[in-house]
Design a protein. Structure first.
Length: 366
């Protein structure tokens, strides 16, 4: 006899449980990627859960349709083994995705004691480049990362540069590595081409950390004309140091630190140009966000950029340490007046739209 209740139960049982594990929902790039992917996964096929170690500070909503959130309240990965083990043992997910070195190590350790059909790590940086900026911390993670990656069925890299670095640094089997770009959500915000102003407004969105190259960005701005202004969005350990340098160079009338901002698209549309001064990136999400609203980008060459920026179409790419070239390209980008925001958006959607990237992630576990 037909019973609707039984049909619903059968449908739920047919869905594959998918868990995304994060340390928190702060404003980092890895957090944004999993938050986006959780929304993009097909809810008719997958039962999606985001697991976080600490929800004290959230920059992303925990109210997403079809997505469950679980807060382990453990704060740190080093204190989360038993809480995560008990949760995964009880829930029996089909697939568990992890990201960032410390969470990848944690999930790999837990996975050794459980039968999880698909354990998938997302790499989030270029290992050999991180050595230059993280010192002991980087070497500490290297001791565990190589072993932890061997516990995964699949590893996702965002670029070919990252894939090569994982193979060379951690001796990871290249057969289990899949290159998938980061996803971007669609938005109705689009930059409006305006009549050239006396003031050109530049924006940088980055952590105040050594690898982001913000000190050299201040130096670049010091040699640009007075009508070039720059706003910094972000926070971090070097914030006061950068602020002191801005004041010492008497640039505080045109270089401002705004702190963290949640509604980044609403902010970006007010600017003429995005700049990225990083020495290293895994895959620069801020560049994705800028291109989504049609904002051109001037950037040093880092991982992921070659697949995103086309010189003269949606920005310019400079070799590392070419500060003079960076200044010239900023001026060219602000004065040439030939950008097409709608075409810039269309191009990035073709490469990185959420539905496309989510489908590639789903394919890993299908």
């Amino acid at each position: 006899m037909y019973t609707p209740q039984k049909t619903i139960k059968e449908e739920v049982k047919l869905k594959k449980k998918v868990f995304f594990v994060l340390s928190s929902l702060t404003s980092g790039g890895s957090e944004r990627v999993f938050w986006n992917l959780a929304q993009g996964f097909n809810k008719d096929k997958f039962d999606v859960t985001i697991v976080i170690l600490d929800s004290t500070v959230n920059c992303f909503s925990m109210d997403l349709e079809g997505v469950r959130f679980i807060d382990l309240k453990t704060k740190k990965a080093s204190k989360s083994f038993f809480a995560l083990y008990n949760l995964l043992k009880k829930e029996e997910p089909y697939a568990v995705f992890s990201t960032t070195d410390h969470i990848n190590i944690l999930v790999s350790l837990v996975g050794r004691f459980l039968k999880i059909p698909m354990l998938i790590a997302r790499a989030s940086n270029i290992p050999h480049e991180q050595r230059l900026f993280e010192g002991f911390k980087s070497r500490f993670y290297e001791l565990f990362a190589s072993a932890s990656y061997r516990g995964y069925k699949q590893i996702v890299c965002q670029s070919e540069e990252m894939k090569k670095s994982l193979i060379d640094t951690y001796n990871v089997n290249q057969e289990i590595i899949k290159v998938i770009a980061n996803p971007v959500l669609k938005t109705n915000k689009l930059k409006v081409i305006k009549t050239p102003d006396k003031i050109y407004k530049l924006l940088v969105v980055a952590r105040f950390a050594l690898e982001k190259g913000l000190e050299r960005l201040v130096d670049i701005m010091a040699h640009l004309p007075e009508n070039y202004h720059l706003d910094f969005v972000g926070t971090g350990v070097l914030k006061e140091q950068i602020n002191a340098k801005i004041k010492n160079l008497r640039l505080d009338h045109r270089l401002k630190i705004l702190g963290e901002i949640k509604n980044i698209h609403e902010v970006m549309v007010q600017y003429d140009l995005m700049v990225l001064s990083s020495y290293t990136e895994g895959f620069p999400n801020v560049v994705l966000e800028a291109l989504t609203i049609g904002l051109p980008v001037v950037t040093f060459k880092v991982s992921g950029i070659p697949g995103l920026i086309i010189d003269g179409f949606n920005g310019f790419v400079l070799e590392q340490d070419d500060l003079a070239g960076f200044r010239r390209r900023i001026i060219q980008a602000c004065t040439q007046g030939q950008w097409n925001p709608a075409e810039i958006r269309r191009n990035v959607y073709q490469k990185c739209a959420l539905d496309k990237i989510s489908a590639e992630y789903e394919e890993l576990i299908s």
